[in-house]
Design a protein around this ligand. Sequence first.
Ligand code: HEC
Length: 324
Amino acid sequence: MPIRNRKHLVFGPAFAGILALCLSLQSGKAKAEEDAPAVDKSEAAARCATRLSITFLGTSPTASMLASPRPQEELVDVLLDDNVFIERFSRFVNSSFNVGAGERPEQDASYYMAKFVMTNDKPWSEMFVGRYDVDVVDGRVQVVPNPEGLGYFRSKPWLVRYAGNEPAGIKIVTAYRMLQNVVGLKLVATTNAPEADVSAKGRSAPACAGCHYDNWHALDKVASVLSKKVVDAEGNVAFEAYTGGPKTILDGVPIASDEDLVQALVGSENFADNACRLAFRFLYGRDENSCEGETFDRCLDELQAKKTMQSALAAIAKNPAFCQ
Ligand code: HEC
């Protein structure tokens, strides 16, 4: 289900010049590397080990890392298995998937789920469709098996955090957060003037409909297949299941539940794009540029073959370009 075209695969005429320049730069570097004397090679290896250690662990390399003649081949898999890396990556995911930290630890469900998924070498999709629950169990936050689970998207603390305040209980905020987490949708909510009509009627006005009713990400349509927020007289928040049958949303896909929604998103190209973009941002501290399409494609291929975030990260960090 292609929701949109992959940007880095669109090599129209305007991109041909950039591509040629990228290729000549890369082959120039490779040539220089071949001709380098031995001392330069070991210096380059030490620089590479330093880069890998700082990127993955946030610390200077150990003496044995510095002594590795081929750091990308020898160190990347070891670093990917290191608990310090898994901790750092889980925090990075959590800060990418949320606005600030939750009021309580269990609201940072994506942190716990990422750590669980990475520690147990699970497919990255398990973040969103795995049969789990993230909640306080025996006094501490845990990821526990739950046959009714949907990643962390049905965990109560997360649901409450992102329930929003729409007057009719429609969970627009949840809908947006799910799209942002799974496929990387980025929209900036417009600030409502105090007197603005925030009801469904108001949101269908031209200034609002572009985000709320039109386009594949129409927030109100996505929210319409989620449960509704209900608040009782004591102020307790509960959720009322959606039972209205399939609706045609996203790019014309019939969706009847939060589960259908997340399965469709995880099955889209945008899911893999977003996973590789996360991996790229963690490793480079920025988005990929137009010369890095090849690295990005290698990441997508590895992710498709092996499913894990580790495989995505390895594809990028083992690419010679990472240490050049
Ligand atoms: C550029 C896209 C965009 C436009 C345009 C837009 N919104 Fe939104 N709207 C969002 C996003 C994103 C959210 C979710 C915000 C969040 O995560 O807190 C949202 C959330 C909302 C909510 C739910 C708030 C809650 O707490 O549950 C209401 C109500 C709303 N918008 C009304 C409007 C109205 C009225 C307009 C037009 C004046 C409008 N929006 C225009 C993107 C948009």
